[in-house]
Design a protein around this ligand. Structure first.
Ligand SMILES: [Zn+2]
Length: 240
């Protein structure tokens, strides 16, 4: 099965549409959370994903958007953006976000936003944390988001390694245990401003990471119009 994996879209419709235009035809689209928050077009992003019939899990921003106390742990800019997001999303968007599960198992993969162990909050940034995630999964493979950085954790009979994929990187994981992060569509934080995404062929056991340029100035103008915090606008320019 051919899969498009998207993560951390964060209400950035310009970036999402650029990625959807660039992506090949696939059988399914999987979304590993943080669909809203930070960006200026949460309703439109949710509508795109709804039309596409994606398989999605809930992120900390999605949970906060529907009233969760996750917002209490946000920094000042994230909190301001979330208060705005809560005030503008439609009932239809709210209901769709509220129905997202924290974890999904599909095609031999566990989907979670943070980690399979702690789907809403845990950041998988080191191999010891990745090891705990493998221990918490019933599947050999997993896809996660939350860090906004592309990554692949490999578990070869308990020996852990980390790969940081560049655009065009292909990983042939086959039957090996892997935990894969597509990076962020709507707010990359790996020093590149282009939208990050990933495709997989689950029969062949391959994953391919990609980057797509989009009209960042247009999103920043939309953010300014609704007075979203300056830092959130600025960081899109440098991917940090
Ligand atoms: Zn996020």
């Amino acid at each position: 099965m051919h899969i498009l994996v998207l993560s951390d879209i964060h209400g950035n419709l310009e970036a999402l549409d650029a990625v959807l235009d660039a992506a090949p035809a696939v059988d399914e689209t999987w979304v590993t959370g943080d669909i809203v928050g930070y960006g200026p077009e949460p309703d439109e992003v949710v509508e795109r994903l709804r039309e596409r019939g994606v398989v999605a899990v809930r992120g900390n921003h999605d949970a906060a958007a529907v009233g969760g106390d996750e917002i209490d742990y946000f920094n000042e800019d994230a909190r301001r953006a979330m208060i705005w997001t809560r005030s503008v999303i439609s009932d239809r968007t709210r209901a769709w976000l509220a129905a997202l599960p924290e974890r999904v198992v599909r095609e031999g993969f566990t989907l979670a936003h943070g980690s399979p162990r702690d789907p809403i909050w845990e950041y998988v940034t080191t191999t010891p944390v990745a090891r705990a995630s493998f221990d918490a999964m019933d599947t050999d493979h997993g896809v996660i988001g939350h860090t906004h950085r592309p990554a692949a954790y490999l578990n070869d009979d308990g020996v852990m390694s980390l790969m940081t994929p560049a655009a065009g990187s292909v990983l042939r994981f086959g039957a090996r245990r892997v935990l894969l992060n597509a990076g962020s569509v709507g707010q990359p934080r790996d020093g590149l401003s282009t939208a990050a995404w990933m495709t997989m062929d689950t029969d062949a056991g391959t994953a391919t990471w990609q980057r797509t340029a989009y009209d960042i100035a247009s999103v920043q103008a939309a953010m300014r119009r609704v007075a979203l915090p300056e830092f959130l606008r600025a960081r899109l320019s440098y991917g940090g």
